[in-house]
Design a protein around this ligand. Structure first.
Ligand code: T5A
Length: 213
């Protein structure tokens, strides 16, 4: 399952309220203005069945999900997204823009839930083969700021957003650890800055990494 040579797999990561949705909109406008062919998807989700799994994962239930159930459901949703969106997009030579991917599992289930990397790595190999992002933009923000932004949107927090601050600190540390381990994959942007500064940095990264396409 190697990446198709002409496609480009771009993932966006970050903690709660880091500004991923805002960044995805910005990247889409940039790609459109540069006439780059792309498809957009998100995780968990991106297909009809994967969106059902997303509702189960983020909804509130009388019955708590075990950490292992959560991990397996993330990868079940991922498998659907890969099959229906990611691989066809890459095979068609497009940029596949994905709001969260497996680095989120390393951060949330591995770091946040404390499952560590081994089960995540095993499922990553099983479900993805050699498929990995070509580039990951990590929007790094301290969890207090991120949660304040997420709460500012109003509405009830989802099942994962209701975790304690310690959980989000572990998530952030696990993301930063991944970025340190894979410096060629990751572009880390300080997302605690005002939006215009974040977008200026995004522009620099996009021009450098995708400007030649
Ligand atoms: N998950 C996911 C796992 O546990 N394991 C996995 O493997 C995967 C794939 C998914 C949840 O699932 C978990 C992680 C998540 O808990 P999600 O919808 O992808 O949920 O993620 P959320 O973090 O919940 O997304 P949010 O919509 O809350 O945050 P965003 O998209 O990061 O932030 P955004 O762009 O909506 O911005 C939030 C607010 O901040 C403002 C925006 O205008 C908006 O109001 N904002 C800024 N304000 C000031 N300065 C800036 N620089 C700003 N940037 C944005």
């Amino acid at each position: 399952m190697a990446n198709a040579p002409s496609g480009f797999f771009l993932t966006i990561e970050g903690g709660e309220g880091a500004g991923k949705t805002t960044a995805v909109d910005f990247i889409k406008s940039w790609m459109t203005s540069h006439r780059l062919a792309f498809i957009e998807t998100r995780e968990p989700g991106g297909t009809q069945v994967a969106e059902h799994l997303r509702s189960l994962l983020l909804g509130h239930h009388g019955e708590p999900l075990s950490d292992m159930t959560e991990l397996l459901m993330m990868f079940a949703a991922r498998s659907q997204n890969i099959f229906h969106n990611v691989l066809p997009g890459l095979e068609a030579g497009k940029i596949v823009l994905c709001d969260r991917f497996t680095d989120a599992t390393y951060a949330y289930q591995g770091g946040g839930r404390g499952l560590n990397t081994q089960p995540v790595e095993a499922l990553e190999n099983l479900v993805q083969g050699s498929l990995r992002p070509d580039m990951t933009v990590l929007l790094d923000v301290d969890p207090e700021t991120g949660m304040a932004r997420a709460k500012g949107r109003g509405g009830r927090l989802d099942r994962i957003e209701q975790e304690k601050m310690d959980f989000f600190i572990r998530v952030r540390n696990a993301y930063l650890e991944r970025a340190k381990l894979f410096p060629e994959q990751f572009e880390v942007i300080d997302a605690g800055q005002p939006l215009e500064n974040v977008q200026r940095q995004l522009l620099e990264v996009l021009s450098r990494r995708l400007g030649e396409r």
